[in-house]
Design a protein around this ligand. Structure first.
Ligand code: NAD
Length: 483
């Protein structure tokens, strides 16, 4: 299998190579094969990308919002037309099954381009009357935005950042994760095909050092990272030194609370989606599943049955429901957590083993009798490992759910609507769910509180994070100076 792109980087409307950069091997997680070799950006490549973005931004910001939006909406149509080809590439990049990538990757990226393309013409300031005088505000672009991606949703992340940035009149240099370098290059190609000016959306490859160089460069006005909380702290600090704007979409250890009056099949479905989708490699996953004591046994019995029926295998087979982990290293990290779960006394209900086949497969795993202090209940695992904890009453479970430094997401399953809203109200999380889990439509703000980050992606809220206000005071009479 080969997926070698024309070159490693896409700058100023064309593919560019610089073989002096460190080699990045792109490995297909389902087989372990090297499917492409790319090069990390050298200082010359970083310079070229930032210069191109800086130059392109000036003309782009002068277009009307409707003109900018038209380009974004055209790009959305092209992505939808090419959904299958882009989904295959997403599967090669990440190992996620086609059953997922055909429905949630290029399609959600296209949703972002379409949504922000539609919004671009409505990005306005306001008029503030002051008697005869008045103030008007303009919502202006930030300038050059840098996007730095994680490896779990490479197409989606590039557009969740790129679409609002471009709608507001900014340009972008996007650095994908070194583990999934392929998909964003296609987005850059498509933007050109849709009529974007050369240099508006550039993609350069690289490890953390390239991300760090971008985060400190004086040409950069904003850094938007999707990554771990540890990386977030570094990037936030680096950006702060240059007084740059930031969006930080970081990790989570989110609670999913299931009361004994919940529809149990729906609750189990939510818990499985919130732990096993994308082989558990989703930031907002509800990895601490708090089940009310009375339904614990029934919940676990049925959950184990449904988990045993998950079809795991070749991600290119559209019947496959679960693929491999993204890399051998990530699998090793996850297996380390499984080991800790066992030694710290959790009950292994099912799974817990590496699967004996090519690629980085691991069994969907459920631990019961997990307690709040166990490592698997405290640290983000980022793999298909569900931890079940039990609780007796509402106050107790909310206190325990909130006892974490992170706060990306959280959910509740109950048929009692007052309880549902009461619990969500008290939950320290930025993105919450009632009787569902992990939906992320572009119309809704997405992001975390506490250590899970700052800023919001998607929705009208994202516009505020990719633009700034200019306030203009207009005087109609004489200036009343005491001098
Ligand atoms: P990571 O933090 O290791 O890497 C993220 C990106 O940051 C990569 O592109 C990496 O090259 C870059 N990077 C690393 N060090 C850097 C530095 N010092 N300066 C600038 N850039 C640097 O994360 P990952 O392992 O790729 O992704 C998994 C993590 O991402 C998980 O914690 C997950 O929860 C989180 N995530 C969050 C969201 C969200 O929207 N909140 C979505 C997906 C993933």
């Amino acid at each position: 299998m080969q997926a070698q792109p024309t070159a490693s980087h896409f700058i100023n409307g064309e593919y560019v190579e610089d073989t002096a950069g460190d080699v990045i091997e792109c490995i297909y997680p389902a087989t372990g094969e090297v499917i492409a070799k790319l090069h990390s950006a050298t200082p010359a490549i970083i310079n070229a990308a930032l210069d191109a973005a800086k130059a392109a931004q000036v003309g782009w910001a002068k277009l009307s919002g409707t003109q900018r939006g038209r380009v974004l909406r055209r790009a959305a149509d092209i992505m939808r037309d090419r959904n299958r080809e882009l989904s295959v590439l997403e599967t090669l990049d990440t190992g996620k099954p086609m059953q997922e990538t055909l429905y949630v990757d290029a399609t959600s990226a296209a949703d972002a381009l379409e949504y922000f393309g539609g919004l671009a013409g409505s990005i306005t300031g306001e008029h503030i009357p002051l008697g005869e005088d008045w103030v008007y505000t303009k919502r202006i672009p930030l300038g050059v935005c840098v996007g730095i991606g994680a490896w779990n949703y490479p197409t989606q992340i590039s557009c969740w950042k790129g679409a609002p940035a471009m709608a507001c009149g900014n340009s972008m240099v996007f650095k994908p994760s070194e583990m999934t370098p392929l998909c964003a290059l296609k987005v850059a190609e498509i933007m050109i095909e849709a009529g974007a000016p050369a240099g508006l959306f550039n993609v350069i490859q690289g490890y953390g050092d390239v991300g760090a160089a971008l985060s400190t460069d004086p040409r950069v006005d904003k850094v938007s990272l999707t990554g771990s909380a540890a990386t977030g702290k570094k990037v936030y600090a680096a950006a702060a030194a240059g007084m740059k704007h930031v969006t930080m979409e970081l990790g989570g250890k989110s609670p999913l609370i299931i009361f004994d009056d919940a529809d149990i099949e729906n609750a189990i479905g939510g818990a499985m989606l919130g732990n096993f989708y994308s082989t558990g490699q989703v930031c907002s996953n509800g990895t601490r599943v708090f089940v009310q004591e009375g339904i614990k046994d029934a919940f676990i019995k049925r959950l184990a049955e449904r988990t045993a029926a998950i079809k795991l295998g070749d991600p290119m087979d559209e019947e496959t429901q679960m693929g491999p982990m993204v890399s051998a290293r990530q699998r090793e990290i996850v297996m380390g957590f499984v080991g800790k779960g066992v030694t710290e006394g959790a009950t292994l209900v099912t799974g817990g083993k590496v699967i004996d086949r090519d690629g980085f497969y691991i069994e969907p795993t459920i631990f019961a009798d997990v307690t709040d202090d166990m490592t698997i209940a405290r640290e983000e695992i980022f793999g298909p490992i569900m931890s079940i904890l039990t609780f007796t009453d509402e106050d107790e479970v909310i206190a325990r759910a909130n006892d974490t430094d992170l706060g990306l997401a959280g959910g509740v399953f109950t048929r009692d609507i007052q309880r549902a809203h009461r619990v969500i109200d008290r939950m320290d999380a930025g993105t919450c769910y009632i009787n569902t889990y992990n939906d992320a439509p572009v119309e809704a703000p997405f992001g975390g509180v506490k250590g899970s980050g700052v800023g919001r992606e998607n929705s009208k809220a994202a516009i505020e994070h990719y633009s700034q206000l200019k306030t203009v005071y207009v005087k109609m009479g004489d200036v009343d100076a005491p001098y």
